[in-house]
Design a protein around this ligand. Structure first.
Ligand SMILES: *Cc1c(COP(=O)(O)O)cnc(C)c1O
Length: 744
């Protein structure tokens, strides 16, 4: 797969030249020494460009550039990092190679969103973060994989929240030539175009390539002059349009995605569809391979299913994509006609009951039908998914529906902040990001309390500073008095963070269901809360929830200890998971398929306080041993007519009051043995007390780190996909290849 090397900005002094390949490979996102080089060039510009090294190099002031080029130590550091990247990219001894993984495996991983780094805003939330972390782990492990997604010029949206809590969605078009992307080219050097039948004409697509370490990510873009104006806007926004726009995007993702791979000489042996949005890819691959197999495209698709892996993330029926057959026919009628397959048979592929005339076409059903390995993303979600789709396999027992589970994870080098990373390097070993051996992680038992507390306190202090800075900017933007922002949060207090999409099932407002208990806690002066999250532009209930949380955060008597920050994105997420003591998660069970933000927090030494849904359900059953609990489970028990929200809110406050707060301030048994635990509601602990480590709290942190970090990460997850899904799928491809060679 080739793309032309990016050209350096014309004014860049030659000694800074090696920064160009460093900028264009997104490995800097999870490789701190490379990131530090860009920051050092111009910290203010680095922040202003939202950590975009391509814009940084293009806009760097020439005096600064000259000074940097004349700094011998700096230039040596650049050369060293450029060499380190070349070594990373050419390393033949990857973990995958050392395991003897087949050299001809080629996985194409499709997803509608990817969160790789903050300047590439083509994600909305957890699905994108998971996909981005999947690519990063595949890169680190050396698994041959290519990502396929869409290039959304205007991204999802930038969030501004007005004084009254109303969310405003701001869309700004990115300039792809000022992002770490290169335009894919054909073998003859011309800009690559793929085209596909679409309505009664052809749609044209260009392809941007991002390099995520060793893993290329292809991003499809319909904004080319050959297309009609309305079609140029197909890829403008993520989840921005109506049902019809969504269908257009999904056709581009699946059909143009496979065509782009082929045009670039990448012939996947395995397709991984991450969510149903990309299900047309399985059909397009079958269409392309059908002639060689001497069968029709649909018959080929059935046989090809053994090479298709499908991961579903949505435990509620309404969350899946359904399209009316008439709408579908307008867009894909010609495509199916060209396949010489009957339209009705095509529609039946997306219906649970193939013959039911009124039933809409479901992308998840299509993906379930055209895949050979299917999975949910936590143990509980696997059960829910089998139950939800068991009617597709009427002849098997419901619990035997062929859907497995592979629990989600997070990419640790992306999410672990510097202080905890240093602790791991010292006590787990240099190899901690790669060798996630549970026995090795037992060493977390021996991290000294003092050292663990110092790292935790440093990360909390950095979060405090960041919250003040952001809060001041947010208030100033609205023309409000920002003076009090410098008093917001206290770096010594127990810090509880709630940050995720404001979808109603996630219940961001749960604390407010018992507002009087929340107020009493805050008056006690021993706890503080930070909230962040965006509501979907068309989710009025989610926006109302945001308004209520925001209104509470505006109350003068509480605002310094209960903060709402606008603009949740991966950068803010990184800071929040680093600084939180407690990560709060209160979904309506079983609607959180997995959740991953709590894993990021755990890896930074926070404790989870969560409803036992998604990943936390299995963390609690498998790891929360009586003697060494890893966190807390919120399990409200409503009476017969009781309200679950109120019951969960009561259970949450009971845990905070009786367990979480006392444990955090229990400074008995500290090294100097001097500090007494503060009793009951009262003033904040004094500096001296804050410095004495809470050893029982930290014991729980060590248990959480030791038991959860080696399990809930994407290296473990990607290896499970490899062993259970990719390698068997690849073997099926190999078997067919061998037999066709034998025939020839
Ligand atoms: C990790 C992450 C998520 C996922 O959070 P959940 O609690 O799993 O829903 C969403 N958005 C961003 C920006 C994240 O970093």
């Amino acid at each position: 797969m080739t793309t032309a090397a990016p050209t350096p900005p014309p004014d860049l002094p030659p000694p800074l030249g090696p920064l160009v390949p460093l900028a264009y490979n997104l490995r800097w996102d999870w490789h701190a020494p490379a990131r530090a080089l860009f920051e050092r060039l111009d910290p203010a510009l680095w922040a202003a460009t939202r950590h975009n090294p391509v814009r940084l190099l293009a806009e760097l002031d020439s005096d600064r550039a000259r000074a940097a080029a004349a700094d011998g130590a700096f230039v040596a550091a650049i050369d060293a990092e450029a060499a380190a990247l070349r070594r990373y990219l050419s390393d033949a001894e990857t973990p995958y190679a050392r395991r003897g993984g087949p050299a001809d495996l080629r996985v194409a991983y499709f997803c509608a969103e990817f969160a790789i780094t903050e300047c590439l805003a083509i994600y909305a939330g957890g699905l994108g973060v998971l996909a981005g972390d999947h690519l990063k782990s595949a890169s680190d492990l050396g698994i041959p994989l290519v990502g396929v997604g869409l290039f959304y010029r205007e991204g999802y949206f930038e969030q501004e929240v007005a004084r009254d809590g109303t969310q405003r969605e701001v869309y700004a078009a990115a300039d792809p030539t000022r992002l770490p992307l290169t335009l894919a080219r054909a073998a003859d050097g011309a800009v690559l175009r793929v085209s596909l039948p679409f309505r009664d004409y052809r749609l044209h697509v260009q392809v941007w390539r991002a390099d995520v370490g060793r893993v290329p990510l292809l991003l499809l873009d319909t904004d080319v002059p050959e297309n009609r104006p309305e079609d140029r806007r197909i890829t403008d926004r993520l989840y921005g349009g109506d049902e019809e726009q969504r269908l257009r995007q999904e056709i581009v993702l699946g059909v143009a995605g496979v065509r782009a791979l082929t045009a670039l000489g990448y012939h996947p042996t395995v397709l991984h569809l991450n969510e149903g949005h990309a299900a047309f890819a399985a059909l397009e691959l079958a269409r392309a391979e059908a002639p060689a197999r001497g069968a029709g495209p649909f018959a080929t698709a059935e046989r090809l299913a053994a090479r298709v892996v499908f991961t579903t993330h949505t435990p509620v029926p309404a969350g899946h994509d359904y399209f009316e057959p008439d709408l579908l026919e307008r867009y894909l009628g010609g495509y199916v006609w060209d396949m010489r397959e009957p339209w009705d048979r095509f529609v039946a592929l997306g219906r649970a009951d193939g013959a039911a005339a009124g039933e809409p076409f479901c992308m998840t059903v299509l993906a379930l039908r055209l895949s050979g390995f299917r999975n949910g993303v936590s143990r509980l979600h696997g059960e829910v998914t089998r139950d939800m789709w068991r009617h597709l396999w009427p002849s098997v027992e419901p619990e035997d529906a062929p859907v497995a589970h592979i629990t989600n994870g997070v990419h640790l080098p992306t999410w672990v902040a510097e202080d905890m990373a240093a602790v791991y390097t010292r006590h787990i070993g240099e190899v901690w990001p790669l060798e996630l051996d549970e026995v090795r992680w037992q060493r977390a038992t021996h991290i000294p309390f003092e050292e663990l507390w110092r790292a935790r306190a440093a990360q909390r202090a950095r979060l405090t500073a960041e919250v003040r800075r952001r809060l001041a900017a947010q208030l100033a933007r609205r023309g409000e008095d920002a003076g009090w922002a410098s008093q917001a949060l206290d770096a010594r207090l127990l810090t509880v963070v709630y940050a995720r999409r404001f979808a109603t099932y996630k219940r961001a407002g749960l604390l407010l269901a018992r507002a009087e208990r929340l107020e009493a806690l805050l008056r006690g002066g021993r706890i503080q809360f930070v909230f962040a999250g965006k509501a979907h532009p068309r989710d009025e209930a989610g926006k109302e929830m945001l308004r209520r949380v925001h209104a509470f955060a505006q109350r003068p008597e509480f605002r310094a200890r209960f903060v709402y920050l606008e603009g949740y994105d991966v950068e803010l997420a990184r800071r929040l998971v680093a600084g939180a003591d407690v990560w709060l998660n209160v979904p309506m069970r079983p609607r959180e398929a997995s959740g991953t933000s709590g894993m990021k927090a755990a890896a930074n030494g926070a404790l989870n306080l969560s409803v036992p849904d998604g990943w936390w359900a299995e963390a609690m059953t498998d790891h929360n041993r009586m003697l060494e609990p890893v966190g807390w489970s919120i399990e409200g028990r409503p009476g017969p007519d009781g309200d679950l929200d109120l019951a969960d809110a009561d259970a949450l406050f009971a845990l905070l009051e009786a367990e979480v707060i006392p444990l955090f301030y229990d400074r008995a048994g500290a090294a100097d043995g001097a500090a007494a635990p503060p009793e009951g509601p009262g003033p904040p602990p004094m500096a001296g007390a804050a410095e004495a480590p809470p050893v029982r709290w930290l014991g729980r942190v060590r248990a959480s780190v030791r038991q959860l970090v080696p399990v809930f990460n994407t290296h473990r997850m990607v290896y499970q996909y490899l062993d259970r899904a990719y390698l068997p799928a690849h073997a099926s491809w190999s078997a067919v290849e061998q037999s066709s060679i034998a025939e020839a």
